[in-house]
Design a protein around this ligand. Structure first.
Ligand code: S3P
Length: 169
């Protein structure tokens, strides 16, 4: 398995946790694009959204992907939930390696992210409705971007990692 393994999916799908376990198991470096952007900008994603707006953040996502596309050593890469929305990003991701879509239901996201204040898109009234609408809109794009789809509801991270390893053989 010499390609990057790239995890995509909605907020709360478990991309970060799964990526950490995969990185440990395969002894590969983990690259998290959200964290790379936060480091480069010197502030949190919420602060970037507030100070510079979502469009600025989306441009940074594309910039980071373009820089990662040059990496020769295979890594485990976890990208933000909105990264596959741009056609350009979907193309870059697909050419970079095995793209695994961690598919999660709105109810699971709602339960996992209750009280979370770090996702600017899910703040305010009626988070379940926001999650349901956003996920329905994004679903076809995640599917387009992915080589493989893994349903994560009701599974623990060990099961998910094992499924990823099976499909990436
Ligand atoms: C976003 C997902 C977040 C982060 C930002 C926007 C999105 O990452 O990039 O808040 O549009 O779905 P996670 O999927 O890691 O929460």
């Amino acid at each position: 398995m010499k390609d990057h393994i790239i995890l995509i999916g909605f907020m709360g799908a478990g991309k970060t946790t799964t990526a950490k376990k995969l990185s440990y198991k395969l002894r590969r470096t983990l690259l998290d694009t959200d964290k790379m952007i936060e480091r480069a900008e010197g502030c949190s994603i919420s602060e970037i959204f507030e100070a510079k707006g979502e469009a600025y953040f989306r441009d940074k996502e594309t910039d980071v992907l373009m820089s990662l596309a040059k990496e020769k050593v295979p890594h485990i890469i976890s990208v933000g939930g909105g990264t596959p929305l741009r056609e350009e990003n979907r193309q870059i991701l697909k050419n970079m390696g095995q793209v695994i879509y961690l598919k999660v239901s709105p109810d699971t996201v709602f339960q996992r992210l209750q009280g979370d204040t770090t996702r600017p898109l899910l703040q305010g009234e009626n988070p379940l409705e926001k999650i349901t609408q956003l996920l329905a809109k994004r679903e076809p794009l995640y599917e387009q971007a992915a080589h493989r789809i893994i349903v994560v509801d009701g599974k623990d991270s060990i099961e998910i990692v094992n499924e990823i390893l099976e499909v990436c053989q």
